[in-house]
Write a protein that binds this ligand. Structure first.
Ligand SMILES: [Fe+2]
Length: 248
């Protein structure tokens, strides 16, 4: 079995389009793509991205930012949600409401946005009080996988492509972010995530005689067009992130 995992699109329709073309070029059909959430939020092209995702009808789990779009009052929305919400139609919001917190894909892979317990906590990374983002201690990572019987586990949320092999052989994979190569956040401490490249990231998962393996792919696209869109909406942080993969 071979399939593709995408995550954290964040309304970047040009990055999504490029990733879909790359997946197709790898011989993987759209029925073999799973989406790990945070689909629309950000100062980009949420409406067009939502149209694409509704027509693709991928197996998708709900991210924290997908939840914020349908849970928070419009007046209380964070700027990432406010920019996206203004572009969304009722059908888009209805679709977000249908997304599950987790799902199991073809009895093979457990899918969630962040961790099996929460949608806004990194599974594979920890943040130090000084804002350093680093690999989470192995025991913490393994404790969160307790009770999951599938040999392959997929999560997103941190935007950092990473694979962790658990001591029992299970694999946890974060495919990285399609549409947001860098950002900063205040929780649990102020920190930055910078992938240091503007390319879109996703993963191909393949089951062979020795178990599951992963190939990370970085896809170039017209990232400056999206950077200019963010700048035009007054979001210089997003504009810099999309231009370079760095925030500064
Ligand atoms: Fe997220």
């Amino acid at each position: 079995m071979r399939f593709a995992a995408i995550a954290d699109i964040h309304g970047n329709h040009l990055a999504l389009q490029a990733v879909l073309e790359d997946i197709d070029a790898q011989g993987i059909g759209t029925a073999e793509i799973v989406n790990l959430g945070d689909c629309l939020s950000g100062p980009l092209d949420a409406g067009r991205t939502a149209d694409m995702l509704l027509s693709l009808d991928l197996v998708t789990v709900r991210g924290n930012h997908d939840r914020y779009l349908v849970e928070h009052a419009e007046s209380a929305m964070h700027s990432w949600e406010a920019d996206a919400f203004a572009q969304l139609r009722p059908a888009h919001l209805d679709w977000l409401r249908t997304l599950p917190f987790f799902t199991v894909w073809r009895d093979k892979a457990y899918l969630c946005h962040a961790t099996p317990a929460e949608d806004n906590v990194y599974w594979l990374e920890a943040v130090s009080p000084g804002g350093h983002v680093h690999l989470r201690p192995r025991a913490d990572i393994e404790a969160l996988a307790d009770g999951i019987t599938q040999p392959l586990i997929l999560c997103g949320h941190s935007h950092i492509p990473r694979v962790v092999r658990l001591s029992d052989g299970r694999l946890i994979v974060n495919p990285g972010s399609v549409g947001g190569p860098a950002y900063d956040d205040d929780t649990p401490y102020y920190h930055k995530v910078e992938t240091a490249t503007p390319q879109a990231s996703y993963a191909i998962l393949e089951e062979g005689p020795a178990g599951w393996s992963v190939t990370f792919r970085l896809v170039s696209y017209d990232h400056m067009a999206m950077s200019k869109m963010a700048a035009a909406r007054g979001r210089d942080d997003w504009a810099r992130a999309l231009a370079t993969g760095w925030l500064d």
